[in-house]
Design a protein around this ligand. Sequence first.
Ligand SMILES: [Zn+2]
Ligand SMILES: [Zn+2]
Length: 131
Amino acid sequence: MTKYEQAIYELIESSRSHMTAEQIYAALKQRYPTIVLATVYNNLKKLSQSSRVRKVIVEGQPDRYDRRTRHDHLICADCGALLDIDLGDLTQQFQERVPEPLLGYDLRLLYRCEACRRKRVDNPEEGERQP
Ligand SMILES: [Zn+2]
Ligand SMILES: [Zn+2]
């Protein structure tokens, strides 16, 4: 791994905040003032293609990057906030119902986060306009 690749990998592994490329760039910029955003994007692509980091895609939002350790996500249906949830390894349970060997799975459980729930209570009309 190159210096930047290693630094990006370590940052993602130790983070629990599901950072976007821009946020990773901002964090690295403090340590490597000369780094450019394109370098971050290139390294993120390499790291996710080789499965060393996990790319989390939420519709309508920039991609986020996450550690590989097995866990699943609760996603707020309103604002897209991500919460880690440990459901254990369900591969065996899924495999029993799938005729072909499974490579993995990507579960997203939808919910509404507390801030968004409160927003709906305060502004029921606004809540309806933004389902
Ligand atoms: Zn929310
Ligand atoms: Zn996560």
